[in-house]
Design a protein around this ligand. Structure first.
Ligand SMILES: Nc1ncnc2c1ncn2[C@@H]1O[C@H](COP(=O)(O)OP(=O)(O)OP(=O)(O)O)[C@@H](O)[C@H]1O
Ligand SMILES: [Mg+2]
Length: 361
């Protein structure tokens, strides 16, 4: 029997891997369909003419969904405006989302040089999300509560206890074993959340680790997927599944949940990618016809990099002087390819058809 009690620090949290047989037929079947969907998404991305092109937007969408789980909510419009405009970001939710995205980028960059996910990397990520220099929890008193304020889980307490469990997790993640990486990913996410090493930001850090893990295992070369969208849509089930592992060792339902997250976000990702690349082709053709003098491949890429653009971006890409590119943008607006708005003294141009795709669920 598990010695777990909701309101007592769960220092007995078992180390990984679990003793149970995880590779049941049900799980193995789902592992196959989830892997297939993920591989299809990976293929779709690497076959793009420029796989990096949509990354900013995809990561911002992921950051936005992940932050929403923490009730940090802003609109896409506000978010992208804040990013593109010179004016300092005032919207606090947008600021948080930008920090999250920077934390994700930091993680990906670190992973490129070290190719390991370490406890230290987790700390660095959390610090960037929270924009502070805190570390592992040292004082007792961290509990997880439900909406009614009732304690549902008390994570392990004591810096040493937490460190030992993180060390075990680190070993487990980086160890070469026979477990399927997607199953490992599910185990790792539960364990990280159950250790709950920080006083805040554990959920967001854990969700970033999922993407890092996919990259580390080379399941997704370009980390262009937004898993958090699935978690936020299935938030209560997500919480329920975590609790069931703790209380009943119900790994199977948890792993199934995580595999379904991979499968359905991959499928959605493919659809969305298709919609965006199709729109890009359509607008490309339309601009070629209606504005042949200003059309260029670079111009199209710029207006698809983020839903908002501005003169400076075109100048930076060498499309012309400020005056010339200003005329380009005006022409694009006149033909209703873009819509301009003023932010402070600056004019931003919205690719509203791209935004419509991002807004669609
Ligand atoms: N019963 C549970 N056992 C273990 N972990 C849990 C449990 N319930 C929730 N969690 C995890 O705790 C996270 C919340 O922790 P915390 O507030 O530190 O993170 P956050 O990033 O600030 O918040 P959020 O995840 O809500 O965005 C949840 O996202 C979830 O991953
Ligand atoms: Mg929190």
């Amino acid at each position: 029997m598990s010695p777990f009690k909701k309101d007592i620090p769960y220092n007995e949290l078992p180390l990984l891997p679990p003793k149970n047989n995880l590779e049941t037929t049900k799980i193995l079947r789902k592992t196959i369909t989830a892997s297939r969907a993920l591989a299809n998404l990976n293929g779709a991305i690497i076959n793009l003419p420029n796989p990096q092109l949509f990354l900013d937007t995809i990561h911002l969408q992921e950051a936005k969904a992940s932050s929403e789980i923490e009730n940090i909510i802003t609109t896409n419009d506000e978010l992208y405006k804040s990013i593109v405009a010179d004016k300092k970001v005032e919207d606090s939710a947008a600021k948080e989302i930008i920090s999250y995205k920077e934390a994700l980028w930091h993680g990906l960059k670190q992973l490129e040089s070290t190719s390991f996910i370490t406890g230290n990397l987790c700390i660095e990520i959390m610090q960037r999300i929270r924009r502070n220099t805190s570390g592992i929890r040292t004082t007792p008193g961290t509990t997880l509560t439900n909406e009614k304020g009732e304690v549902i889980y008390t994570p392990p307490s004591g810096e040493n206890v937490i460190r030992k469990k993180l060390d075990n997790l680190e070993l487990f993640i980086n160890e070469d074993d026979a477990l399927d990486p997607l199953i490992k990913m599910a185990l790792m996410h539960y364990q990280f959340e159950a250790i709950h090493p920080f006083s805040d930001g554990n959920g967001r850090t854990g969700r970033i680790l999922l993407l890092l893990y996919l990259k580390m295992e080379r399941l997704l070369d370009v980390p262009a997927i937004y898993l958090s969208e699935y978690i936020i849509k299935n938030k209560s089930e997500y919480y329920k599944r975590l609790i069931s592992v703790t209380e009943k060792e119900d790994w199977e339902s948890w792993i199934m949940f995580m595999l379904d997250m991979i499968e359905s976000t991959s499928q959605k990702g493919i659809t969305r990618l298709k919609e965006i690349t199709e729109l890009m082709q359509i607008m490309s053709d339309e601009i070629k016809t209606k504005l042949p003098k200003i059309y260029s491949k670079d111009l199209i890429e710029i207006i698809f990099k983020l839903p908002y653009t501005k003169r400076q971006y075109l100048v930076d890409e060498g499309l012309g002087t400020r005056k010339t590119v200003g005329n380009y943008l005006m022409a694009l607006e006149n033909k209703e390819f873009l819509r301009s708005i003023k932010v402070g003294k600056e004019k931003l141009y919205l690719n509203y058809r791209l935004m419509e795709i991002l807004e669609k669920n």
